[in-house]
Design a protein around this ligand. Sequence first.
Ligand code: GLU
Length: 347
Amino acid sequence: MHKGEPRVDQAGQTKVVGRLAPSPTGRMHLGNIYACLAAWLGVRSQGHGGVLRLRIEDIDTPRVVKDADCWIMDDLAWLGLDWDGEVVYQSQRADAYTQALNQLESQQLVGGQPLIYPCFCSRADIRAASAPNEGDGFIVYPGTCRGLSPQVVSERLARAQRHSLRIAVPDQPDEPDAICRFDDLIFGPQSFNLPRQVGDVVVKRSDGLVSYQLAVTVDDLAMGINQIVRGRDLLRSTAIQMWIRNHLQPQAPRVQYAHLPLIDGVDGRRMSKRFGSPDLGSLRRDGWSSRQVLGVCGWLLGLLDRPRPASAQELLDGFTWNTLAADRRDRQLDLSGLNVSDTKPSL
Ligand code: GLU
């Protein structure tokens, strides 16, 4: 594992260090490949100045599918999307996560609120106490356990009552550090009010597993990642990850973020393994070539005027984030209506 300091090339420029971060919960679908291709292009467009790491996000063990890590690596290789260095598995990083949690547990917010606190609420409790959310399924935790007295907390812990651990954000929306701002390469200036829009998120789940938010933040720091490319559904997660990051390594180099428009299937639902979206297993079985798959993804990224076969190398030509920034609308993909051939214009 590399240290978190920025890589500098011979000309003294900071190198872009990006990552592919697939979850081995099944075979990759076109939405995953589109995101991997974008991350690959973001780094490889830097010539030899960039580094692309591969991290298998197998922290959520109940959702991990046996051998899916091998399918993912085989599919990436088949597509010509290469990575640098050793593959990192989150399942091997328990010590780093425990150390980070200990470090956070020793901190307090201004006013004495512990940064990490136990939460005894069930999902049903939280839903019942929550204001209606913005429709993306994200519930801002209403703070029920944040104000429990130390005595109540120690009684419940002594009874071994099931609990998660949450990280506290500032509770006053007008506190200066209540607002998290960053500039996204695609979606432009972003601003999230942590207490209103994000809330105190779980860093360790009640089943004992560390949360996605903690694991990703710890790993991105440890791997020296300074360019993160992923779906726009994670814009709000970026705000909480920046908050965690500032408490783990306030001096860490800044990260460039590129959040991608999402890809919906014909039924209007987001591409997802759960909904059986076309994946590389079925596409390869149906005779698709890697150039055809990449051509569709390159077209979804706005790099081709129509879906036609292209290699990853060919898509590098003239790659810039501005193309995506100019059209941030979510995409809809109807594979049955696509003709991904070299000769006939399609769609
Ligand atoms: N493992 C996540 C996924 O496959 C990516 C998370 C991230 O990029 O932070 O969707």
